[in-house]
Design a protein. Sequence first.
Length: 86
Amino acid sequence: MTGRVQGVGYRNFVERMAGKIGIDGYVRNRRDGSVEVFAMGKPELLKQLRAALERGPMMSYVDAVAEESDTVDANYLGNFIIEMTV
């Protein structure tokens, strides 16, 4: 995600939403000011998460959400975490 997505509780928002929806993976800040989300789940659940990512928490402003396919990472099965900045 790009926009005003750091310093506004965006990672905590994503962690809460992923837990509520039932998505596994992680969220982390990137040094370029964007936020990266790695999400695993059923397509209909991922669609719900994307809608939440586009909306974001209060005080955020999301310019864009880019999406790429990836493979399942067993390290994140069963949980969704906030990771350190990369």
